[in-house]
Design a protein around this ligand. Structure first.
Ligand SMILES: Nc1nc2c(c(=O)[nH]1)N=C([C@H](O)[C@@H](O)CO)CN2
Length: 122
């Protein structure tokens, strides 16, 4: 039987950053929540049982905490695009789906944000 693509996921990664279009938002830190699905060819991982052949969700989370924490985007769309670019270049992720949520940004909504998909699903 052929193998489909596996997905490594990271759920509700909470990171503090500077984000927002309004003047008051440029002065404060706010939380964004990241939900990630990362395409992974896990054949070699299953063969060897070695993490170095796979997508290390701890390494990805640590790098994103550092990267997003240092960003100062106005739009959630901009932040999402930058994160996607980092994942593709630094972690060789061929396909990803990423949701960037901004909790409490809109009265009456639990969260708002953007969901993007990049790359080719293998
Ligand atoms: N499509 C978007 N709309 C809005 C954004 C955004 O990043 N993308 N941001 C804001 C404000 O920063 C808002 O979150 C402040 O509460 C408004 N609309």
């Amino acid at each position: 039987m052929g193998r489909g693509m596996d997905i490594i996921f990271i759920e509700a990664l909470n990171i503090e950053t500077t984000i927002g279009v309004y003047a008051w938002e440029r002065q404060i830190r706010q939380h964004v929540i990241l939900d990630l699905e990362l395409g992974a060819d896990a054949r070699k991982v299953y063969e060897t049982g070695e993490l170095r052949y796979g997508v290390d969700y701890m390494a990805v989370s640590t790098r994103l905490r550092e990267f997003v924490g240092g960003q100062s985007c106005e739009l959630v769309e901009t932040l999402a695009e930058r994160i996607a670019e980092l994942l593709r270049t630094e972690f060789s992720i061929g396909w990803l789906r990423l949701r960037v949520s901004k909790p409490g940004a809109v009265p009456g909504a639990r969260a708002v944000g953007v969901l993007i998909e990049r790359g080719v699903r293998g």
